[in-house]
Design a protein around this ligand. Structure first.
Ligand SMILES: CC(=O)N[C@H]1[C@@H](OP(=O)(O)OP(=O)(O)OC[C@H]2O[C@@H](n3ccc(=O)[nH]c3=O)[C@H](O)[C@@H]2O)O[C@H](CO)[C@@H](O)[C@@H]1O[C@H](C)C(=O)N[C@@H](C)C(=O)N[C@H](CCC(=O)O)C(=O)O
Ligand SMILES: Nc1ncnc2c1ncn2[C@@H]1O[C@H](COP(=O)(O)OP(=O)(O)OP(=O)(O)O)[C@@H](O)[C@H]1O
Length: 488
């Protein structure tokens, strides 16, 4: 068991009041979970300042409290530790409490606007198929070898990350692939972790509600690379103009991948159709069932990481060709009679939507119409709404604007924000249907044989969130139901 002073190692402390030799049973950032002899870390959130819950935590048995502001009324027998930033302190405390689990395995962080889930999930698959014990921390799921755990955030809080890493280590996990979101990085969720490598996929317009400027958003991603140890590798997509910036202050060993120029790792797309991709990777032709040229980048990133982690090159190429598509990422099926191609994709940023639509347009023939069903989330970056609608209008033959997790916002108001982005020349091809199921049904009804329907935004998600309530909703299931019904 840890003493309080053990778990405060490396924490930048302003003041301590009380005994630090006591044994701490557990650590929490959520007061409701605190029990006897636990430590409570009070975080000043964007919505809630957890300092108000310090008395509750103490009533529930907390023996110590880490806070930014010392409460005026302090209890005898409780130890108070004042720090400047409780999120930062939480990261070190969690790392110490679980005895530095990230140093006992190879932890790879994957960051970038798009491709994090795909790259980390494909790496998990590849290393599992290669016979290693593996862990995954992603938006979709947390995995410890064959066990799956549900997750809410892309990058969980530092206590949760370290708890899972500890369990992974106990289960013999050798490699962990973890998504590092910009929110996670600036909120110190990934601080104090020992990374064996980091990957930068790309950077485009997203999350500007949170980071305010594009430069802040870029700098958030850069922190991951700035803080890598010398022994780690820093791998960037050099075709992205923000790639080189990531490496500027990094002490790690620097590598790049590219589809366009000379780099440490390169690939060429030889074929790209609804059956998959044919790539020239490392001078060898490799076929993959993954669809879309952007997946060439993801596969190249995966190949590069596996190579940097020492996987034999021939074995690596074989494993790459066996990788299966990731759930909700360009998942598709073709209806039996009408041969309508239905695609579900998680694209919920302007850049990702443009990528998916360009990918489909590069593959489809002129007489196959493209129907796009798309919405934008509520309580999130509103500046992307008109941009996404504009892209959908420009790159589809028919667009149905609809809802996608309106959360606490009025769904019609979100759609109106989107409509503002439609170019006058595209207005005729756009209709708005607030109910997502109705929007999907309409697309299935309107589509003619061999047409293509893209339902974008939700991907693997199986819910719709309205006013804080999540109800079941599965794009793929609705597409299957209605295409079956209308398949003549
Ligand atoms: C904007 C944002 O990042 N919010 C995160 C942040 O919330 P917050 O600062 O508002 O925290 P809060 O809800 O005010 O609570 C503050 C503290 O009070 C505590 N509390 C609260 C109530 C109580 O009774 N007792 C108590 O102790 C909470 O446990 C928390 O520690 O800290 C919380 C605890 O770590 C996170 O759960 C929360 O994620 C929310 C749910 C969220 O939606 N985050 C998204 C935006 C996010 O982080 N997304 C990125 C990926 C984005 C992408 O790439 O697509 C991600 O990594 O998931
Ligand atoms: N390398 C890439 N470049 C551009 N777009 C991509 C790339 N990889 C995936 N996409 C598009 O972005 C969508 C989201 O992919 P993915 O889930 O892998 O990204 P992500 O970074 O994890 O995003 P999020 O954090 O929002 O989950 C995909 O469905 C696809 O449309």
């Amino acid at each position: 068991m840890n003493t309080l002073s053990d778990i405060l190692y490396r924490v930048p402390i302003l003041a301590v009041e009380g005994n630090t030799s006591q044994q701490v049973r557990n650590i929490h950032i959520d007061s409701t979970k605190v029990g006897l002899n636990d430590l409570f870390i009070a975080i000043k959130g964007t919505h809630t300042d957890a300092h108000q819950f310090i008395p509750n935590a103490i009533n529930q048995g907390a023996l110590a409290v880490v806070c930014e502001i010392l409460p005026e009324k302090r209890n005898n027998g409780v130890t108070y530790i004042q720090v400047e930033d409780t999120r930062l302190a939480a990261a070190f405390i969690a790392d110490n409490f679980y005895d530095r689990p990230s140093t006992k395995m190879k932890l790879i962080g994957i960051t970038g606007t798009n491709g994090k889930t795909t790259v980390s999930s494909l790496l998990f698959q590849l290393f599992k198929n290669a016979g290693f014990k593996v862990g995954l921390i992603s938006t979709v799921v947390i995995k410890i070898n064959n066990q799956d755990f549900q997750t809410k955030l892309t990058t969980p809080d530092s206590l949760t990350i370290n708890k899972y890493l500890d369990e992974m280590q106990k289960d013999g996990v050798e490699y962990v692939f973890m998504e590092a979101s910009s929110h996670g990085i600036v909120q110190h969720r990934t601080k104090a972790l020992h990374f064996a490598g980091a990957v930068f996929t790309n950077l485009s317009h997203d999350h500007l509600d949170y980071h305010k400027t594009f430069a802040d958003y870029r700098d958030a991603k850069k922190i991951l690379f700035d803080e890598l140890p010398k022994s780690a590798f820093a791998l960037i997509n050099t075709d992205d103009k923000n790639g080189d910036v990531m490496l500027q202050n990094s002490r790690a060993k620097k590598y790049s991948y590219s589809l366009k120029s000379h780099s440490d790792y390169t690939a060429k797309v030889l074929e790209n159709n609804f059956n998959g991709l044919l790539l020239k990777l490392n001078d060898t032709e490799v076929w993959s069932p993954l669809i879309g040229s952007f997946n060439a980048y993801n596969l190249l990133a995966v190949f590069s990481v596996a190579d940097l982690l020492g996987v034999d090159r021939l074995e690596n190429l074989r494993l790459i060709s066996e990788l299966k598509p990731v759930s909700g990422r360009f998942q598709h099926f073709i209806s039996e009679k009408q041969k309508i191609t239905a695609i579900v994709d998680y694209a919920h940023t302007p850049d990702a939507l443009e990528n998916v639509l360009s990918t489909i347009n590069a593959i489809r023939t002129k007489n196959e119409e493209l129907f796009t069903v798309v919405g934008c989330g509520g309580d999130r970056d509103a500046t992307k709404r008109p941009l996404m609608a504009k892209i959908a209008g420009q790159l589809s033959t028919q667009v149905i604007l609809t809802s996608d997790n309106p959360r606490t916002e009025n769904p019609d108001a979100i759609i109106q924000d989107m409509e503002k982005g439609i170019e006058p020349t595209d207005v005729k091809k756009v209709i708005s249907i607030t109910a997502r199921e109705q929007a999907i049904k309409t697309a299935c009804k309107m589509a003619q044989p061999k047409d293509i329907i893209l339902v974008a935004g939700k991907g693997h998600e199986t819910y719709q969130e309205v006013n804080g309530v999540r109800s079941d909703f599965d794009d793929l299931q609705h597409l299957k139901n209605y295409l079956n019904k209308f398949d003549k």
